[in-house]
Design a protein around this ligand. Structure first.
Ligand SMILES: [Zn+2]
Length: 82
């Protein structure tokens, strides 16, 4: 979780990642990451912000991402290339 591509909007490499991240569970809000965490250890968003243009990308940790493939709550999307 420490390597990121340059900003896809402006190409900048001046990127900042929030260290602690934000819980994606539904304790006080919508559960944005259903099925990817545990009750006492919810999956977390880690925002990465471009200091030059402000584009914000959200990443979740690998330990939570590995659950995507077998979770019934998520579906793989089709990717189109130009
Ligand atoms: Zn940017």
């Amino acid at each position: 979780m420490s390597n990121y591509s340059p900003c896809p909007n402006c190409g900048s490499e001046d990127l900042y990642r929030h260290k602690a991240g934000s819980a994606g569970d539904g304790m006080y809000s919508t559960n944005y990451l259903p099925g990817l965490g545990h009750f006492m250890n919810p999956a977390r968003f880690h925002p990465v912000i471009c200091a030059d243009c402000g584009l914000t990308r959200m990443f979740i940790e690998e330990k939570n991402r590995v659950k995507l493939k077998r979770s019934s709550k998520w579906e793989r999307v089709r990717v189109t290339k130009n």
